[in-house]
Design a protein around this ligand. Structure first.
Ligand SMILES: [Fe+2]
Ligand SMILES: [Fe+2]
Length: 277
């Protein structure tokens, strides 16, 4: 099994483009899969430069409806044609990012930037589900993640619209992918809007497995206070994890802290990073 980071904010090898986004290409004995698509700026270019054939993917998984994870979907569909896209029904919500600076408010649309009908016309067969589910042998989606920790709070800059009302985004659609391997679980996070520790606890509860060979992807730690970040790291250190390949919305400050705590077990998941079993 090999997982390659296809889209990410930074470039670590001499190939590919960086962008604010995330996507991972997964190669297994059962076939190839795509988890998230980046924003659309780099997924095709990086797949070509990293020799990952997007026409070969069996399924697409979307972690949530933010543009930086779903915006590359049309480009992938134009290459791949008809394909199952697994996600939560809330990926289609309207979403905004609100920044208040010097008494001025700036709003930016950050949801899925395409209509469902357009994506379906390009071949997307949406399979929308809210529950923990085994997609194929040993490959699971978390479904909705219960919020249980006291220190993982919603990001106060992110909003969504449900039934015409704009509220703080609770990200019911945030889900992560689990691969069950002989070395332990591999957990791939999109943005971990449910809270990384909430997600890990949910995965342990649902799978009955406590050993993680690797946790990869966006841990969304950059907006936390230093105290909240330390709580998350303290909780993470109690979990049996061999490798942490955090990146994207983890943020550099938190990534440095994770490196400090986990030493050689930590690596930054930039474009072109691979994890092999
Ligand atoms: Fe993100
Ligand atoms: Fe996100």
């Amino acid at each position: 099994m090999r997982i390659t980071i296809l889209c990410e904010n930074t470039v670590g090898r001499l190939v590919g483009l960086g962008e604010h986004g995330f996507s991972a290409f997964i190669e297994t004995d059962q076939g190839n899969y795509l988890f998230d698509t980046g924003s659309g700026r780099s997924v095709i270019k990086n797949s070509l430069e990293l020799s990952k054939d997007l026409q070969s993917i069996k399924n697409i998984f979307l972690s949530h409806g933010h543009y930086d994870h779903s915006g590359g979907l049309p480009e992938v569909l134009k290459l791949r044609g008809k394909v199952d896209v697994h996600a939560h029904p809330h990926i289609f919500l309207d979403r905004v990012h609100v920044i208040k600076e010097d008494g001025k408010e700036t709003r930016r649309f950050v949801g899925l930037p395409f209509k469902r009908s357009y994506l379906e016309s390009l071949g997307a067969n949406f399979i929308l589900n809210k529950d923990f589910i085994e997609i194929e042998k040993g490959i699971f989606l978390t479904g909705e993640v219960p919020r249980k920790t006291s220190f993982e709070k919603p990001d106060s800059r992110l909003f969504s619209e449900i039934d015409g009302k704009t509220n703080l985004d609770i990200f019911s659609d945030d889900q992560s992918l689990i691969l069950n391997t002989e070395k332990g679980l591999i957990l791939i996070l999109g943005c971990a809007h449910s809270g990384m520790i909430n997600i890990i606890n949910h995965v342990i509860h649902k799978t009955g497995e406590e050993k993680f060979f690797a946790i990869l992807g966006g841990a969304h730690l950059d907006f936390l206070t230093p105290e909240q970040l330390e709580e998350s790291i303290k909780a993470l250190k109690k979990i049996n994890i061999e490798k942490i390949g955090a990146c994207h919305c983890t943020g550099m400050r938190a990534a440095f802290r994770l490196h400090q705590e986990f030493g050689e077990r930590f690596f930054y998941g930039h474009v072109g990073s691979t994890l092999e079993i």
